[in-house]
Ligand binder design. Structure first.
Ligand code: C2O
Ligand code: CU
Length: 463
């Protein structure tokens, strides 16, 4: 197979040539290709192509996916060792793959805005990077969908990327990976009230591409400690999950270990967030691990948890009230902002702005991405994001190529938690500390596909 590392000029020309397909990618700047480090002998391969996914017998969808499966293959990459992933594009539009939560360079990061290369239809691109830190990361397409609900994250182009630690403490007996996704989006009318946001509706919701009623149960034994790695790979929907009679002990958020692994009865994942949680299996029976939202339950999201020797119809009982709160996991509260040595504070106000064509647009400090100048940082500097949500819906805020530390949520200072995506509630505020330690253009955006496509993005530029 010929490897075609697209030279920047060709890529830019391809983008300018545009066409319907080209419009799905945002233009970026160009960089030289990275020099190959000591490489593995052969690449891991990902092939993008239309695939028939069977959500349940008789319910099939033709979607873009990796290696003919949804989710794509679980990539397990050793921490600190060069990785080599060869992506071939068998779709009819330019594509690129983003390695979400990995502090890699801007070129392999997979975002055109940052100058990453695109993969033309029929083309191949080698991604090379060194995964810096262990944890539950993921990979996905980074195209735009606008109103085409077969594209970008509405499709099946997502998968787990587990960066494996050099030494695994092995605190669990079994590992279960569950990626939530919603299918068949449709956008009913735009909201009338300025306090509401446009909300797509979905016909189906799945873990790992399969409706609960059509999936094999997760079989466990009494006394086992099961590590669940949850990923919300939905384009737009928040997911809250419970397992009746059991507690989730949250050990990592977005793959980063937490200071205080606390038990909760409900786990909430904004789009793109991950939660690693250990469940001690000590209530024999047959249970539904499912969403607390009745609509998501009727659309098929969930898994049956079946203890050895138990069967029968799985039991669901709604949990009391959600106890989900980032503050539970952070340990001792951070010092007040005034006591931090900072090189700058970036206040960022998020607002919804209906556009002339009736679509819903999004602004940061009054402007959408196309009109928004970059935020400037210098290498080694420490900055504070002060995020202020002036809209009536939640936003999963994501920073590329860096993690950040949440220090304040609403009116409360909280124990530091390290994340790459944080869900800001409606009319909510968050302070997050960030060290500019990975030079190169860095994209900040809301991970809600409809919000990022309609302006909710800003560039961070190293000076
Ligand atoms: Cu998960 Cu801009 O990405
Ligand atoms: Cu948003």
């Amino acid at each position: 197979m010929a490897v075609n590392e697209i030279p920047p000029v060709t890529r830019r020309q391809a983008l300018l040539a545009g066409g319907a397909a080209g419009l799905l990618l945002r233009p970026g700047t160009s960089h030289a290709a990275p020099s190959p480090a000591s490489l593995p002998v052969r690449p891991t391969t990902l092939h993008i192509a239309p695939t028939t996914v069977e959500l349940a017998p008789g319910i099939t969808r033709r979607v873009l996916a990796y290696n003919g499966q949804v989710p794509g293959p679980v990539l397990r990459l050793p921490e600190g060792r060069p990785a080599w992933i060869r992506v071939t594009n068998g779709s009819d539009a330019p594509e690129l793959v983003h390695w979400h939560g990995l502090d890699v360079g801007a070129v392999p990061d997979g975002a055109t805005e940052e100058g990453s290369s695109i993969i033309q239809p029929g083309g191949t691109l080698d991604y090379r990077f060194v995964p810096p830190r262990s944890g539950t990361r993921w990979y996905h397409t980074h195209t735009m969908a606008m109103m085409d609900f077969s594209r970008a994250l509405y499709s099946g182009q997502f998968g787990f990327l587990i960066v494996e630690p050099r030494r695994d403490p092995g605190r669990y007996d079994r590992e279960v990976l569950l990626a939530a996704h919603h299918w068949d989006a449709d956008l009913p009318d735009m909201p009338r009230s300025p306090e509401e946001c446009a909300t797509p509706r979905y016909r189906y919701a799945t873990f790992n591409g399969r409706l609960m009623q059509a999936a094999e149960p997760i079989r466990v034994r009494q006394g086992e400690r099961v590590l669940f790695r949850f990923l919300n790979a939905s384009a737009t929907e928040t997911v809250s999950l419970a397992l009746p009679g059991h507690a989730f002990t949250v050990v990592a958020l977005d793959g980063n270990p937490v200071a205080n692994p606390a038990p909760v009865s409900v786990i909430t994942l904004g789009v793109a967030e991950r939660v690693d949680a250990i469940v001690h299996m000590n209530r024999p029976g047959c249970w539904v691990l499912g969403p607390t939202d009745p609509i998501q339950q009727t659309t098929g999201l969930g898994r049956v948890i079946e203890y050895a020797g138990r069967s029968g119809s799985p039991v669901w009982t709604p949990p009391p009230a959600s106890d989900w709160d980032y503050a539970l996991f952070g340990g001792t509260a951070a010092p007040p902002v005034e006591e931090l040595r900072l090189d700058g504070i970036f206040p960022m106000l998020f607002e919804r702005r209906p556009m002339p064509d009736g679509m819903e647009g999004w602004t940061i400090n009054g402007r959408s991405y196309a009109d928004l100048p970059p935020l400037h940082v210098r290498a080694g500097g420490r900055y504070l994001f002060r995020w202020i949500n002036l809209s009536g819906c939640a936003h999963p805020l994501h920073l590329h190529r860096h993690n950040f530390t949440v220090l304040r949520h609403g009116m409360r200072r909280i124990g530091p938690i390290e994340k790459d995506t944080v869900q800001i509630g409606r009319f909510d505020t968050i302070d997050a500390l960030f060290t500019a330690d990975n030079p190169g253009d860095t994209l900040f955006h809301c991970h809600h596909q409809m919000h990022m496509d309609y302006g909710f993005m800003q560039m961070l530029r190293y000076t």
